[in-house]
Design a protein around this ligand. Structure first.
Ligand SMILES: O=C(O)CCC(=O)C(=O)O
Ligand SMILES: [Fe+2]
Length: 233
């Protein structure tokens, strides 16, 4: 079933409200909708404009463009540690991990921390850290159907992707296809990587795929994790 029908996230957020000084208030306004869509469908999409503020979205979009233009994004791999392979037939994006060292990244991290706390309160997920990277898909790049985590093996629990592209048209490709968690042949959502659009899903359960982009596609992905012993990135 299409989770988009149950994501009236604006309902809890006053129209046009700027980002609050207190990230608790903003997250409080939408956590009910996020938690219920995650438990019912395993995924949802929302407009992060109010959650993050339009100024912060612009700053993050600016950062990833600079990293791209200065060649500071590196080819992404598949798997971690000894499994880490740069398999170009599976994924072709380039990434740069966020270290939380810039003002926009710190502002983002404070919202993500609050989201992590709220997800723990609502869904008892035991999330204890998150990691985030910028990604660039250049024209022709894709990421084949995959899960972000495998049960009992890795510790990514909730995935979040934020898109940072102005004026994205259907002809630009690069949509995220989301598959039904109970039937991975059934597409249950198509998300256009438009500025401020955000998608959140259960990392172990929801298969997804980035279709080939026809122009450069910028995004930021974050994984909320549950690690018994925190591991280095
Ligand atoms: O950029 C997207 O839409 C999804 C990226 C993704 O699936 C990943 O990085 O694991
Ligand atoms: Fe993924």
């Amino acid at each position: 079933m299409d989770a988009q029908v149950v994501t009236p996230l604006h309902a809890g957020l006053p129209e046009g409200e700027p980002r609050s000084q207190n990230s608790t208030d903003v997250v409080d306004g939408c956590i009910d909708s996020i938690a219920s869509a995650l438990s019912e469908y395993g995924w949802l999409t929302l407009d992060a404009g109010e959650l993050l503020g339009h100024a912060l979205l612009r700053e993050l979009a600016h950062e990833v463009r600079i990293l791209d233009k200065t060649d500071n994004l590196k080819k992404a791999g598949v798997g971690r540690g000894s499994d880490h392979l740069k398999d170009r037939s599976v994924r072709r994006d380039k990434i740069a991990w966020l270290q939380g060292e810039t003002v926009p990244q710190q502002a983002l991290f404070s919202v993500l921390e609050e989201l992590q706390r709220s997800l723990n309160r609502r869904l008892f997920l035991g999330l204890n850290r998150f990691e985030a990277h910028y990604a660039t898909f250049h024209s022709g790049d894709f990421y084949r159907k995959h899960l972000d985590s495998f049960r009992g093996r890795a510790s990514r629990v909730v995935s979040l992707v934020l898109y940072l592209n102005d004026d994205w048209n259907a002809g630009d490709g690069g949509a995220l296809q989301v598959f039904n968690r109970d039937n991975d042949n059934e597409v249950c959502g198509v998300v256009t990587p438009e500025m401020g659009r955000m998608v959140v899903f259960l990392s172990e359960e929801v298969p997804h795929e980035v279709l080939p982009a026809n122009r450069t596609r910028y995004s930021l992905a974050c994984w909320f994790r549950q690690d018994e012993v925190p591991l280095p990135l």
